[in-house]
Design a binder for this molecule. Sequence first.
Ligand code: ADP
Ligand code: LRH
Length: 487
Amino acid sequence: MLHIAVDIGASSGRLVAGKIIHDKLEIQEIYRFSNEFTNRNGTYFWDIDHLLKEILQGLSIVKSLGYEDCTVGIDTWAVDYALVGSDGKRLQDVVSYRDHRTDHSIEKVTKIISKEKIYEKTGIQFLQFNTIYQLYEENKELLNATDKILMVPDYLGFRLTGKAVAEVTNASTMQLMNVEKRTFDSELLETISVKAEQFGTLVEPGTVLGTLRNDWFPEFELPNCKIINIASHDTASAIIGTPGKGVNWAYLSSGTWSLLGMELDSPIITEASFKENYTNEWGAFGTYRFLKNIMGMWILQEVQRNLPEEISYEQLIVEAKQVPPYEQLINFDDDRFLNPKNMIEEIQAYCLETNQVIPKTAGELAAAVFYNLAIMYAVAIQNLEKIVDENIELLYIVGGGSQNEFLNQLTADLSRKTVCSGPVEATAIGNLLMQLISMEKITSLEAGRILVSKSFEIKQYQPSPLTSPEVIQRFVELVSKNRSNES
Ligand code: ADP
Ligand code: LRH
């Protein structure tokens, strides 16, 4: 039987088919489509009906290739949701987490319940767009009329099967789950006037959601599909698909976001993890993704979008390499870079305000992004080692961003760690592995990761001597200066 991963990130979606052939996992991209949010009357929305159509279009291609039966898993980005009425209809379009409605919501919610208490209960990092803050800002009449609040992959599954669930890896990103009780926290729900019954049934990855209702989509020729609840948070799937071995490895899932952390068996909720805003998102098999969100390739995507002429990633990297290193230090995790009107102007304004060289050309802008991301990764690894109290030996970089060999080498140099890159499609692979485990074709997460390391090329980068070792310390000082100015 064929297995299909539907993997939709903030910048693109794809259907990837997978099969075990001669003890190797073979994957094939069946269909790819773009994804973006757009501004309508001042609010940023995702086009969720377009995504649903693209999934159906991709599945009809599977059928046209001669496959009659398959399993399907759906993963997407986290935190966003659809509000569904009791008639099963969506009450409004899905608002993007980059919308400005939550710019000040952490302050508002933490006036009702303290930051410390929220962190102690959930172990989840403070990001202004977490579901808890989005629901706090939601129109109260709409919320009252809501039968089910479904996270994006759960909603897509609901549209395909009629079954409403809350898959736990993604549900944990709401910052509404009590990590000790492993269920919704009643005090947090009360704070935002939402009831536990308004969510779908909590399900673990590996369970079966239901059967695709082909009869609901007569305009498409579809195969028979069993939809599996995989780890529906794309980052959870990416970490499942990361071929780490042993204990002392960290990961960097590099796409629109850079998610850097370690897989743990139990959460870490301490003063240090709180201060550095590390999160404990739930993983498959009771693991925790102890990680930090770093602004990631979003910055570059937005630089590219605002350049006067189109330029490929490959060309941007060629031009960035010609620019002198470390021309400016930029803390891209500053909220001002979350969704500015024009990323290029925002970067330039930051450099002007901080008396630094202003990047102007495509190569200078890309260099500013790469050098600073590499510094941010190195700092995040240092903090991670301190908090987890482990010495990290290997950093695995997976996702679209792992194709950037220049940044991979810079990351090895600055972090002083061996870096392994690939697979590029770790998220789709993790999605497929969960389907294979659910269908009892592989026995465990470890067996899945061994399969990945046998099946895909992994490149290694060793740290080379540093030209400017002081940049990391200077960056740390910059961030702590910003923090003390804020408080
Ligand atoms: P997401 O799932 O968040 O949409 P992906 O894992 O698909 O993200 O990664 C997208 C990112 O991959 C792009 O923003 C870009 O930075 C990077 N990327 C894509 N193609 C290349 C390439 N050929 N070389 C280097 N980086 C690339
Ligand atoms: C990456 C991701 C990340 C979340 C963000 C909203 O695609 O899921 O893990 O923090 O999007």
